[in-house]
Design a protein around this ligand. Structure first.
Ligand SMILES: [Zn+2]
Length: 158
């Protein structure tokens, strides 16, 4: 039996399909009322203007219904605002594995980075350049590696 939390945590982001909404850090809480079985899910939107949130809400309700929780409500909380720092370490590893350069930490944890260059997810080279502010979606920028000359998506830091 899949719990409500597990069902919701497995929902993938419609734009970054390699990440679940849990790994992306937008899933705040899943609360189930033991008396009524009603589930309340709280999420925080990612990039302003990303049209994915309606899709995510529908996917959450569908996943909960499939797990035996047809009575569900999805709430949206804007504070504190989501940032790319909320992406989990496993989520960052998955992004790199999918050829998407993970965002640099906005608030470095302890260490001040010497460079803000975006590394190529294929060969690891820091010799990269931005081709376009918008990649395959508004959340990503299109970059190119000067070492292996491969284009790649970079999830914008926020
Ligand atoms: Zn490269």
């Amino acid at each position: 039996m899949v719990t409500a939390r597990e069902a919701v945590a497995a929902v993938v982001d419609p734009e970054i399909r390699v990440l679940t909404i849990d790994e992306l850090g937008i899933l705040r809480s899943v609360e189930e009322d033991p008396a009524t079985g009603r589930v309340v899910v709280t999420i925080t939107p990612t990039y302003t203007g990303c049209p994915a949130m309606d899709v995510i809400r529908a996917d959450i309700r569908r996943a909960l219904a499939a797990a035996g929780h047809p009575d569900a409500e999805v709430r949206t909380v804007h504070h504190p605002a989501w940032s790319t720092d909320w992406i989990s370490d496993s989520g960052r590893a998955k992004l790199a594995g999918a050829g998407i350069a993970p965002p640099a930490p906005v608030r470095p944890r302890g260490v001040v980075p010497l460079t803000l260059s975006v590394r190529c997810p294929r060969c690891g080279s820091p010799e990269t350049e931005q081709l376009s502010r918008f990649g395959s979606t508004a959340c990503k920028a299109l970059w190119r590696c000067r070492s292996c000359s491969e284009p790649f998506d970079h999830l914008k830091a926020l």
